[in-house]
Design a protein around this ligand. Structure first.
Ligand code: ATP
Ligand code: MG
Length: 671
């Protein structure tokens, strides 16, 4: 196991008060957190159940938990909480749902559910267009992250437009409550509000969580900041680590100034800086330092490394985006052979998901296995969404979205007329669609046969729910067979093979539920289907990536998703104006956040970094000449090996590129 350096050791051993580790990329901040957890358990004798560590993504949480279990042997780490902020919030809501006014089976609305609900509310107001919908959804999220209540938003509104949004916000919250549901932002907001209103509940939680550790602190938003402050109270059992230069979520409400706020809130704060980087070669590090020096700095940092000079960084300019993708694929193919390394040693990082399409195609052409993070995820698949909707409805019959998704999947001959009557009835009496099926009698305008069908469905849902109490997994399996979901898949799939693949996913989902329930049992927690489904829903929302992670695949991910991770060989593509920095950020004069994003990208690399750009690129439907990113001029020229700049460039590939490029792109446009 690696020895800690003196500064790291100080951070790990300091438990007399709150502690902030402020340090650049790869300096061992995350390592300090895992080692400190081990120290608290093994040296300070603190029970693991009193320690909570919070990270930014599920992937990071999983990795952290693994690292701790490898450090702390045996059962001593049992009961430790390592989770994302949202997961921690979910646990608090689950335990305190009564005080919060939710039933135990509350649903979690993901962005898509929330959007559907908002759309419905806005249509009622007679104001609906997609742009507006996005704006309102964003604004509500901002309000929630800043702890602004609907009433406060209404009274602060300066224009009729703002007032309208604030009103929608109010109705939206009311609707969520009626559905017995919380949205993603509520997972943090509800606990914070609960702790404000009920100091006794807060005290209970403070007794439970005696030591709190937070990774990637620079990306916390206001409500997360407050949640940390509440849980820590006046006791100072807090270690946070972060890097202001890696703050890349301001657009989602993150507030890097939370770092400096800490000093005000905790005057006794022990500030520790780490300066040795253990990840990258000196050249990579120097390049990153050069770039980030162009941003203003509140805290000065100077990173150095003993990993050797390393190879020069490469900057390759290709004729167009097809040539760029081709080049990246062939480089990976050749370097893997030359260096005798694995595909999984490579990562391709890009600014926007749309950049992945051509790369994917080229990797496929060269038969290079790859893993795309953030693409079509397991939980994004139709079959999984269908079954999850059944489970959601079974757990919470007030969940109208789930009701609508499953009512005709598979077909039950319930027509739109019937559904409209049902929906009208439900709206008038302010009950859920499910309850409406039970209440609605012959006097409704629904033909008797249809009414019977719909009531049979509702009755059956109730039965599955009852069965689930004794034998959760058996009930889920039986449910899937009852509806003949497999038959339905076969009717709808293009081939039997496709249908079988989809059915395989469904059984995988059932197995996952089984594993979760077994885990709950082991940890002595409530082992119900309800709890397992809540856990799955959250996992679905947070980690729409992963799977097949250990396989030998090139990793493809956005710069945002790459935070905290490291790879031996990194390709950073699209080093062009309008891409990195992104056009919107240029227009909004927010290039500093883009520079931090580039900094995050560069510092993921351990041994080599290759940056690429295309001379021409199809943007906004037109092939355009590009301009190299301004960030290129901010890198140390002496450490760069340029290729493809100037008149003479051997690999420009002009002749084949252009006409095929258009063909290929138009092919994608059709998808
Ligand atoms: P980032 O800012 O990107 O999140 P970080 O500061 O969290 O980076 P870590 O991921 O903790 O850095 O560490 C970077 C690498 O350095 C890891 O591979 C880690 O194992 C290694 N490392 C950390 N501390 C030491 C040490 N004292 N000796 C040797 N290796 C170390
Ligand atoms: Mg880290």
């Amino acid at each position: 196991m690696a020895q800690l350096n003196p500064r790291q050791r100080e951070a790990v051993h300091y438990i007399d008060g709150p502690c902030l580790v402020l340090a650049g990329a790869g300096s061992g901040k995350t390592s300090v957190i895992t080692r400190k957890i081990a120290y608290l358990i093994e040296e300070c004798g603190m029970a693991a159940r009193h320690i909570a560590a919070v990270t930014f993504t599920n992937k990071a949480a999983r990795e952290m938990k693994e690292r701790v279990t490898s450090l702390v042997k045996g059962p001593a780490s049992k009961g430790l909480t390592v989770s994302t902020f949202h997961n921690l919030g979910l646990n608090i809501i689950r335990r305190e749902h009564k005080t919060l006014g939710y039933k135990s089976n509350f649903s979690i609305f993901d962005a898509e559910d929330a959007r559907a609900l908002l759309k419905e509310l806005m249509m009622k107001e007679g104001d609906f267009n997609t742009d507006h919908l996005d704006m309102v959804q964003n604004q509500i999220s901002n309000w929630k992250n800043d702890l602004t209540t609907p009433d406060a938003a209404i009274s602060k509104a300066n224009s009729s437009g703002e007032e309208m949004m604030a009103l929608v916000y109010k109705r939206y919250n009311q609707a969520l409550k009626a559905y017995n549901a919380v949205d993603f932002d509520d997972l943090i907001l509800a606990p914070v509000q609960l702790f404000i209103d009920h100091p006794d509940v807060l005290e209970r939680w403070q007794k439970k969580i005696r030591y709190l550790l937070v990774d990637e602190y620079q990306d916390t938003n206001s409500s997360q900041y407050l949640l940390v402050k509440q849980l820590v109270g006046g006791r100072g059992g807090l270690t946070v680590v972060g890097d202001d230069d890696q703050s890349i979520y301001a657009w989602r409400g993150a507030r890097p100034e939370n770092m400096s706020l800490l000093k005000k809130d905790y005057p006794s704060l022990n500030l520790i800086k780490l300066e040795q980087n253990y990840r990258s070669t000196s050249r990579i590090l120097k390049t990153a330092n050069h770039l980030i020096a162009h941003n203003p700095h509140e805290f000065d940092k100077a990173l150095w490394s003993e990993m050797g000079m390393g190879e020069p960084l490469r900057l390759i300019r290709c004729a167009n985006e097809e040539a760029e993708a081709e080049r990246v694929a062939t480089e990976i193919f050749l370097q893997r052979q030359r260096r005798q390394i694995k595909f999984s040693d490579f990562a391709i990082l890009y600014r926007g998901n749309h950049q992945a399409r051509l790369l994917e195609m080229k990797l496929q052409q060269h038969q290079i296995p790859y893993k795309l993070s953030g693409g079509q995820s397991f939980f994004g698949r139709t079959e999984i969404k269908d079954i999850m909707a059944y489970l959601r409805l079974i757990m919470n019959t007030d969940d109208d979205n789930a009701f609508l998704r499953v009512i005709n999947t598979p077909r039950r001959q319930i027509g739109t007329g019937t559904l409209e009557s049902l929906s009208r009835y439900a709206t008038e009496r302010e009950v859920s669609l499910f309850d409406a099926t039970q209440e609605m009698g012959i006097q409704s305008h629904i033909p008797k046969k249809n009414l019977e069908r719909i009531q049979r469905f509702a009755h059956w849902i109730g039965q599955v729910r009852d069965n689930g109490e004794n034998d959760p997994i058996g009930a889920v399996r039986e449910m899937i067979e009852d509806i003949d979901y497999e038959g339905w898949l076969h009717q709808n799939a293009s081939s039997p093979k496709v249908a079988e693949g989809r059915m395989g996913n469904v059984w995988f989902l059932v197995d996952s539920i089984k594993w979760i329930i077994e885990r709950f049992e082991e940890d002595g927690e409530e082992a119900s289907l309800e709890a397992a489904v809540a856990k799955l829903l959250l996992r679905d929302m947070l980690e729409r990536q992963e799977e097949e992670e250990e396989m030998d695949q090139v990793q493809m991910l956005t710069l945002h998703a790459s935070k905290g991770l490291e790879y031996p060989h990194v390709f950073l593509v699209g080093m062009e104006e309008d891409l990195l920095p992104h056009r919107t950020s240029i227009e909004e004069d927010n290039v500093e956040e883009e520079r931090r994003l580039a900094y995050v990208g560069i510092t993921r690399a351990k041994r080599t970094l290759t940056m690429t750009l295309a001379g021409k690129r199809k943007m906004y439907g037109e092939i355009m000449e590009t301009t190299p990113s301004r960030f290129i001029d901010e890198l140390p020229e002496e450490d760069l090996e340029r290729e493809g700049f100037g008149d003479h460039c051997p690999d420009l590939n002009q002749s084949r590129g252009e006409e095929t490029l258009d063909n290929i792109l138009s092919m994608f446009d059709d998808l």
